[in-house]
Design a protein around this ligand. Sequence first.
Ligand SMILES: Cc1cc2nc3c(=O)[nH]c(=O)nc-3n(C[C@H](O)[C@H](O)[C@H](O)COP(=O)(O)O)c2cc1C
Ligand SMILES: Nc1ncnc2c1ncn2[C@@H]1O[C@H](COP(=O)(O)OP(=O)(O)OP(=O)(O)O)[C@@H](O)[C@H]1O
Length: 276
Amino acid sequence: MTDIRNSTAIAIGGFDGMHIGHQQLFRALDEKSTIVVIETGYANLTPKRERESFSHYPLLYLELNEIRHLNGEEFIAFLKDKFPKLQKIVVGYDFHFGKDRKYSFNNLKELFDNEVVVVNEVTLHGDSVHSHKIRAKLQIGDIVGANAFLGHNYTIKGTLVSGQGIGKKELVATINLEAKEYLMPKEGVYVTLTRIDDEEHFHPSVSFVGHRITTDGSFALESHILDGEVICKERATISFVSFIRENRKFDSLDELKKAIHKDIATASKELKFLQL
Ligand SMILES: Cc1cc2nc3c(=O)[nH]c(=O)nc-3n(C[C@H](O)[C@H](O)[C@H](O)COP(=O)(O)O)c2cc1C
Ligand SMILES: Nc1ncnc2c1ncn2[C@@H]1O[C@H](COP(=O)(O)OP(=O)(O)OP(=O)(O)O)[C@@H](O)[C@H]1O
């Protein structure tokens, strides 16, 4: 196992989402490097240890409370203590630290006796890429925009829960999931890819996020697999591709069923197109 104390380079930040701005920092790292994650408690794009899925570098998690009181010198001393061989610190153009976020990369450059790499602002179509903007896009159902900022599909890992049991009998079979730590995209129906338990591949799927206002009104995150029957034992991963439509209250289960079949047709068409 890699001993992070041997790291010669580190990148520092919150890194929720591991988006294309964050990835630009990782490109400046060396072979023996660590990503230093400052945990604010708000990470909900890649909660807990999910950031690890998006980089091959080891991650060290620091609680914001552990470091927020440090001044510039103390912060550098803290880092040198964790990384005795440190030669390079990589941060972004808007990185701030310390009490009231009063220190910037300029202070790092003054105080660190080795290299400080400051990555320029990463933008997409003129728009600066940030985790809070990705959250805002997901909240309006702009999956395509969120995915472009992320550089990968927005992905939720959930644990299996039981549904109402109506799906399979009267509508279509779905895998119902619980994923409390994640930001839920806007309520509605999505083209998705779903991975079951520890399978290696993702199945084409259509997913519903929201309150089942046509039936029991409770919140659900559920996925219907398009390429055949599957058995899910414990967990599944939903990768969001695009938004199909808003959540709706239908007057009957029959009408909901018709709408679901239309959603299935839309998702099949889009995913087939993607597979070409
Ligand atoms: C593709 C798809 C679209 C859905 N759209 C809606 C909807 O617009 N409104 C709604 O109330 N429920 C919608 N649902 C959720 C159904 O109400 C839910 O699957 C049904 O209540 C069965 O739930 P169960 O799996 O817990 O048995 C949708 C489900 C799927 C799979
Ligand atoms: N668009 C970007 N271009 C260059 N560097 C970035 C960009 N976004 C973040 N960084 C850098 O990546 C590190 C992690 O930043 P942080 O976790 O605050 O990301 P963020 O996307 O700005 O989050 P938030 O939207 O919550 O402020 C910091 O060093 C930061 O300066």
